[in-house]
Design a protein around this ligand. Structure first.
Ligand SMILES: C[S@@+](CC[C@H](N)C(=O)[O-])C[C@H]1O[C@@H](n2cnc3c(N)ncnc32)[C@H](O)[C@@H]1O
Length: 235
């Protein structure tokens, strides 16, 4: 599993995070950032290197062995992204561990930028993650997340990772989210699509009914199929 993507890949998959942060810094002194599923933290390091103490950045991984602060800093040194004199500047970064599909450990309206690159396809409760992201975003905050509902390098029957059923009828993810104003799919200059979330209440009215972890079926498969049903009547 690749844990080493940086800002270059993020620009293709999520858009220009540096410009988003620069714009925010015109309006506020400090920008608070949360990366869900940061791996070895290359994007966090590159952002910290560019913006220094004008950003507070917290990264999350499922387990410590997927990358903790020591790993993030040693990886950045090995790759020559930072030198020894820059290590101190990186110490204010925080790494936390756990399941991002559960309640996120942040106050409501407390984070200005959330981003997540090639990670949420591994969460059991993907839709709850999106609801939580909307909750923690500050008033003018923004989230960019790589698509969690489709994975090409899995057998065809598992490629749709987000399955939503209403009275026995499947609703495609993009059609389902079109009913909610603070979440949408956007097309990026690279031609790729990403999920964009803005702050506010997001309650999908879904119940997670079942999951299939494809990695339990074959060691080379990565991705969790999340099956929901609608509990609230759709408008
Ligand atoms: C394929 S790696 C991608 C890492 C990095 N974003 C990159 O693109 O190089 C997936 C990351 O998601 C994290 N992850 C997997 N399941 C998670 C979960 N339920 N909650 C939070 N993070 C999770 C893993 O710890 C891992 O670091």
């Amino acid at each position: 599993m690749v844990k080493t993507r940086g800002l270059k890949e993020a620009e293709k998959k999520l858009g220009d995070l540096k410009t988003i942060i620069s714009k925010m810094l015109k309006k506020k002194k400090k920008v608070k950032i949360f990366e869900s599923g940061c791996g070895y933290g290359k994007v966090m390091i590159e952002l910290k290197k560019k913006f220094g103490n004008r950003i507070d950045i917290i990264g999350m991984n499922f387990k410590k062995i997927h990358g903790d602060k020591n790993k993030v800093i040693s990886f950045a040194l090995e790759e020559g992204i930072i030198n020894k004199d820059e290590v101190n500047q990186m110490q204010s970064m925080k790494l936390i561990f756990g399941d991002a599909g559960k309640k996120l450990p942040f106050k409501t309206s407390s984070i200005d930028l959330v981003y997540s690159q090639v990670s949420s396809y591994l969460y059991e409760d993907k839709m709850h993650f999106f609801e939580e992201v909307a909750r923690i975003l500050s008033k003018d905050g923004i989230a960019r997340i790589t698509s969690a509902h489709h994975k090409e390098n899995l057998p065809e029957e598992f490629q749709q990772l987000l399955r939503i059923y209403d009275n026995g009828k499947e609703i495609p993810f993009e059609k389902f989210i079109s009913k909610f104003k603070n979440i949408k799919m956007i097309e990026l200059p690279s031609g790729k699509k990403a999920i964009e979330i803005k702050s506010g209440k997001l309650n999908f009215g879904l119940k997670l009914k079942s999951t299939i972890n494809t990695n339990h079926l074959w060691k080379e498969w990565f991705g969790i199929v999340s099956i929901y049903f609608v509990t609230k009547k759709l408008k």
